[in-house]
Write a protein that binds this ligand. Sequence first.
Ligand code: DAT
Ligand code: MG
Length: 149
Amino acid sequence: MERTFIAIKPDGVQRGLIGEIFCRFETKGFTLVGLKFMQASRELAEEHYGVHRERPFFGSLVEFITSAPVVAMVWEGDGVVAAARKMIGATNPLVSEPGTIRGDLGVNIGRNLIHGSDAVETAQSEIALWFKEEELVNWQPTLSSWIRE
Ligand code: DAT
Ligand code: MG
């Protein structure tokens, strides 16, 4: 089953939006398989955003993501990687569609509340970076048959 890595960033935590953001994935019908409240180290943040290392915003991005706790999560479901990206919305909250997390809750690209893996392969490496295998829970929600055929 497909899995994606989602993180509520420090702005979402500091603004008291953990419940609001978490609720969207839970009520959508995806299955939570990993959950951690933690403050990311510089090393972890630099690895996570390694693809952006040469970009001018890299320093402030790493500074921001390590500045307060994050909620690191793994969600499971058919097509969850692309679906979560849609639920999250465009990178810049000013142009994210209303109804998306960023579109509803943010106004600034440097404070866009949430991270979601951009592809299945990225999800696999991000999950491995943030979680140990034994921290992921394989379980079958009893409501499954009411959520998918
Ligand atoms: P996304 O988080 O939508 O996958 P990304 O991977 O291109 O976007 O960039 C990672 C984060 O870096 C993004 O959530 C916010 C920040 N960022 C991206 N582009 C930026 C820019 N032009 N100026 C400032 N921050 C930016
Ligand atoms: Mg990205």
